[in-house]
Design a protein around this ligand. Sequence first.
Ligand code: ATP
Ligand code: MG
Length: 329
Amino acid sequence: MLRIEDFSVSYHTASGRIQALDRVSLEVPRGSTLALVGESGSGKSTAAVAAMGLLPPEARVTSGRVLFKGQDLGAMTPDARRRLRGAQLGMVFQDPFSVLNPSLRIGVQVAEGLIHHLGLSEDAAATRVVELLDEVGIRNPAAIAQAYPHELSGGMRQRVLIAGALGPEPELLILDEPTTALDVTIEAQILTLLEDLRARRGLTMLFISHNLGVVRRIADRVVVLYAGQTVETGPTTDVLWRSNHPYSKGLLAAIPRIDAKRHRLASIPGGMPDMRDPPHGCRFAARCAFAAPGCERPQDLVRVGDRQARCHRLPGIAADPWPTDDTAC
Ligand code: ATP
Ligand code: MG
């Protein structure tokens, strides 16, 4: 359904050129969910907006392409891309407030996509809006359609955005941190809703998150990004339970586990490199508990079965956990 091939993007800013994505490749087969994980600034949203054909003007694609059902988004006219978005590609953002217009009723906003992309009349769209709000688990959908965004809770607003994105019946849904702004109980409800929609509609999803607990629940496969590069890919259970790359091991070790009788939380020291001048060798080496001679050289992604990882210390460190931090508990 979606294929990103060898894709590099830089942003040109007053303070220099930031390489946000460096030769990233990923694939989302029809009916599956791929999660894109990584710390803030690793390039997740850049990949998401690129997949929507929505990169801002300051962004330059320096290599690769994005294919949606085999069509190269970069080679399409802006008009053709616009038609594709909304109709076949839906997107849900992290902050519903940034997308919902505060002065328009919910129903009018959800109806917009139906009128625009499906050509429904205003009356037909109004009826469909109520059905969609009901489908995403909003009780009393007719009343909510008449409400303004500020009258709704965060979880309700996120459901409204999902309803809006689903309205034109897209084949691919891109969700950029859709539950990050929500508390855990509402987050769990939204995840159940997405699982349910996937089962009912056969949705294909690109799901962006930095929460590995969420990813574990929702994704078939995972791509771990670090400083604009893919550091590990594979089936979710492999990447999250038997991580190969030290960065994935570190991310995992930093999640509190309720099931462990006694657990020590680990942390990854330091922060991401300056993306205006990233290290020539492994970008993670300065923070890595497994750093050794050889890490100063650029690392290639190495394939093992249906997994890949970018670390020359593999397979030697594959079974080693990220060391725990004795000062944490
Ligand atoms: P977060 O978890 O904080 O959302 P992210 O993984 O989505 O982070 P991106 O937003 O893709 O990361 O950003 C990747 C890099 O590109 C960062 O260094 C960021 O500062 C930079 N960047 C993103 N958008 C722009 C822009 N419009 N102009 C300049 N730099 C940008
Ligand atoms: Mg982001």
